[in-house]
Design a binder for this molecule. Structure first.
Ligand SMILES: NC(=O)c1ccc[n+]([C@@H]2O[C@H](COP(=O)([O-])OP(=O)(O)OC[C@H]3O[C@@H](n4cnc5c(N)ncnc54)[C@H](OP(=O)(O)O)[C@@H]3O)[C@@H](O)[C@H]2O)c1
Length: 266
């Protein structure tokens, strides 16, 4: 008996570093995966890995900022799988970090805020209807340590991450009575993700350039600022998502899983 036997999970941004890692980990635990994201070929790579390991995955290209497309997809998933048990929004978009406030444009400030709050609203709304119908479900979101940083240079990221954490807390209140748990995962920067083509490479590069170092050197410096003197791995993020989505975390909702290796402490 596996942890997620008979469970169905939808992952938005499943072609990405975190989305792909969590999809593989959920499939390893027996979940049937519905992979959604922008680029079909990247989703197909994850689906092929899951199938090669004996799991089940269906990949669908969609824009997670398009409410109608996401609703149609969620309805289709629920019809095929008999419901939706777990959802993760792991979409990621390159945005400006490191620019001082005086030089930051309104557009660059707004972009991550509108993108992340819009997509998390759309995907949560689409899956929550189906979870409510069955009286159970888990919605996972992602933020960054920017949610709690004073800056300088993180204005858009800071507000976007804080907003996703606030949305997750509020959604937990909206949906708890229907048996739906909502938890935000807040990892520090993951070096493997940047190396694997995550949008974070494009986010970090201008900051590293400004400091006259490589992205790898900048992340090594960030590792030195954590209590554990290292940064999180994709496996750690994926396995935390497994735990949070499982019955072992059945009493947890409306909270943030802080995977900052002790960069932030409560
Ligand atoms: N990586 C880190 O170090 C880190 C740390 C803390 C938090 N996070 C958060 O975790 C999330 C995922 O990060 P990641 O490193 O896994 O990013 P990633 O590797 O760049 O993956 C993001 C995925 O989202 C997809 N996507 C972007 N816009 C989309 C849209 N409108 N509709 C559907 N799919 C869309 C991308 O599609 P394409 O395949 O077409 O590009 C990509 O596959 C982000 O929210 C990020 O802030 C990441």
């Amino acid at each position: 008996m596996l942890l997620f036997d008979d469970k169905c999970a939808v992952i938005y941004g499943a072609g990405g570093a975190i989305g792909g890692a969590v999809a593989r980990a959920f499939a390893r635990e027996g979940a049937k995966l519905f992979l959604a994201g922008r680029t079909q070929s990247r989703l197909d790579t994850v689906a092929a890995d899951i199938a090669a390991a004996g799991g089940l995955a269906e990949a669908t290209a969609l824009d997670a900022l398009d409410a109608s497309a996401v609703e149609r997809h969620a309805d289709d998933v629920a019809r095929k799988a008999g419901g939706i048990d777990i959802a993760l929004n792991a979409i990621g978009v390159a945005h400006v970090q490191g620019t001082p406030f005086a030089d930051l444009s309104l557009e660059d400030y707004e972009f991550p805020i509108t993108t992340y709050t819009r997509t998390n609203f759309i995907t949560a709304k689409a899956v929550a209807r189906h979870m409510a119908a069955q009286g159970s479900g888990v919605i996972l979101t992602l933020s960054t340590p920017g949610a709690r940083l004073p800056g300088p240079g993180y204005m858009g990221n800071c507000v976007a991450s804080a907003a996703v954490e606030a949305m997750s807390r509020h959604l937990a209140g909206e949906l708890g009575a229907q048996g739906i748990r909502v938890i935000c995962i807040r990892p520090h920067a993951i070096p493997e993700a940047a190396a694997a083509g995550s949008h974070t490479q494009a986010v970090f590069k201008p900051m590293a350039d400004r400091a006259g170092v490589t992205v790898e050197q900048m992340l090594a410096g960030a590792a030195g600022g954590t209590l554990l003197k290292r940064l999180p791995t994709l496996d750690e993020v994926a396995n935390t998502a497994v735990f949070l989505a499982s019955g072992y975390a059945g009493a947890m909702t409306g909270t943030v899983a802080n995977l900052s290796c002790g960069f932030l402490v409560d």
